[in-house]
Design a protein around this ligand. Structure first.
Ligand code: CTP
Ligand code: CA
Length: 227
């Protein structure tokens, strides 16, 4: 409900949001990807706009329509997503990494369609992709308040806490994707915000409603650091 949303909590703030999956090309017609729908990132973009922010939405391929008021950058690979994330980062106040970035990409991208050979087993060589949110969190100057997500199937809060520390984030939003009612492709989600000194749980709700609650919580935590 609109009345439960505090308008203007991000007035004048510049927010970058990554969303959706990335696609890592194998050849001109094939890629490695995942089932991310982009719903959470798009809902966060909408909520941040409603809270008064100017939003750059950096999105992998999804079927959603981006909010008209957002500046949208469509990307495919993790490397393209990183380049779009760093473009103008010195003006960014809050960086929210909601994308499901492919952890690895093929070492070689074939120039032509790979033909089926006689072998029964085909091996792919993969190389680790750059970590976008860790790169942003590690910036020496003009570093934005940096927020990541942690989708986990077990020991959710413990893994989220270790990701918060390892990536040098200000905040991580943990969700348990072992529950089929929430997470990845679902319309609902339930999350726990984890920072160095706080833990706030938001119960299951639509991604739209949850995004509004998240933006309110994020703005409150951010305002403690923004002086
Ligand atoms: N992330 C990123 N760039 C990557 C991988 C992840 O920006 N190359 C971001 C995601 O957008 C998310 C956070 O890092 O905000 C956590 O992603 P996750 O996949 O849970 O973490 P990983 O470090 O990749 O660990 P693992 O997949 O092994 O759990
Ligand atoms: Ca990952």
């Amino acid at each position: 409900a609109a009345e439960q949303f505090e308008h203007g909590v991000l007035n004048g703030k510049r927010v970058f949001i990554t969303a959706g999956p990335t696609r890592e090309a194998l050849d001109p017609v094939r890629y490695i990807s995942n089932h991310s729908s982009g719903k959470m990132g798009y809902a966060l973009a909408e909520a941040a706009l409603d809270a008064g922010a100017s939003v750059k939405l950096i999105s992998g391929p999804v079927t959603l329509t981006p909010p008209a008021r957002a500046e949208c950058v469509a990307v495919e690979s993790a490397e393209q997503m990183l380049a779009a994330a760093l473009d103008g980062i010195d003006c960014c106040d809050l960086f929210i990494a909601a994308a499901a970035v492919a952890d690895y990409r093929p070492v070689d991208v074939a120039e032509h369609k790979i033909k089926k050979g006689s072998e029964e087993i085909m091996e792919l060589r993969l190389v680790k992709n750059p970590d976008i949110v860790a790169t942003v969190a590690g910036l020496a100057e003009m570093r934005p308040y940096t927020i990541g997500f942690a989708a986990e199937t077990r020991d959710v809060i413990d893994y989220a806490r270790s990701k918060l520390a390892r990536k040098g984030l200000d905040l991580i939003i943990a969700n348990d994707v072992s529950n089929p009612d929430i997470g990845f492709n679902s319309d609902d989600n339930a999350v726990t915000l984890v920072s160095a000194d706080a833990e706030v749980s938001l119960p299951q709700a639509s991604k739209r409603r949850l995004a509004r609650q998240l933006i309110t919580q994020i703005a409150a935590l951010y305002s403690r650091t923004d002086s």
